[in-house]
Write a protein that binds this ligand. Structure first.
Ligand code: SAH
Length: 216
């Protein structure tokens, strides 16, 4: 595996330079994390040769691992710090969780599809991320047992921001979430909670995420 990883290291350096720095991501901690996380370990075997391409990829169960740039952008927007505790809704492959785990103290991540949750957990463990806790379930209501969070990253699109997630954000914390109808006209929103608890929303770029579904 170590040798395999070497063959991908060059592709990863180029991915960061051409797809991510080139588009304006500047946070050194985010760029370092994107250079370190072995993205190829989070894609299915059949997609291995595309692991570092500038595109989302299928991961099974009709879901996708996001385009590398979007992962970097969302991570930069929430301004992660070493002491932070983060919540991710929509574990998918586990890749975004790994990127966060490179920077913050602990990542709690929830995935609705049990098969994906299991696979992500295995990939995270094999890659050595012991500061990530994966749960299989509906993340619409967040993870109250571990709240509040400094950071919340939602990687599936709801048609409105779930109030439970806003409630589980710490004062001073930030959430990034794609909001809008399925596959059409979603906008990436950055939601910041001030020290006094007031909430501010900034709209960033338009994006296309799979829908945030409700648990069965
Ligand atoms: N962050 C992922 C990409 C996620 S794709 C990565 O880095 O690979 C979005 C994921 O959200 C899908 O796997 C989908 O199954 C999951 N999802 C959809 N609705 C959900 C919900 N209510 N709770 C938790 N996960 C959900």
């Amino acid at each position: 595996m170590a040798q395999d990883d070497d063959t991908y290291a060059q592709a990863r350096i180029e991915m960061v330079r051409e797809q991510i720095e080139h588009r304006g991501v500047r946070d050194p901690a985010v760029l370092d994390a994107m250079r370190r996380v072995p993205r190829h370990r989070f894609v299915p075997e059949a997609e291995l040769r595309h692991a570092y391409r500038d595109t989302p990829l299928p991961i099974g169960a009709g879901q996708t691992i996001s385009q590398p740039y979007i992962v970097a952008l969302m991570t930069e927007l929430v301004r992660p710090k070493a002491s932070d505790r983060a919540l991710e809704v929509g574990t998918g492959s586990g890749y975004q969780a790994a990127v966060l785990a490179e920077i913050v103290a602990h990542v709690y991540t929830i995935e609705l599809e049990p098969t994906l949750a299991q696979r992500a957990q295995a990939a995270l463990q094999e890659a050595g991320y012991d500061n990530v806790t994966v749960r299989s379930g509906d993340g619409y209501a967040g993870w109250p047992e571990h709240a509040p969070f400094d950071i919340i990253v939602v990687t599936a699109a709801p048609d409105h921001v779930p109030q439970a997630l806003i409630d589980q954000l710490k004062p001073g914390g930030s959430m990034v979430v794609p909001v809008g109808p399925t596959y059409a006209g979603q906008e990436l929103q950055l939601i910041e909670k001030d020290a006094d608890g007031s909430v501010h929303t900034h709209v960033h770029t338009s994006v296309r995420f799979v829908p945030l579904r409700r648990g069965r």
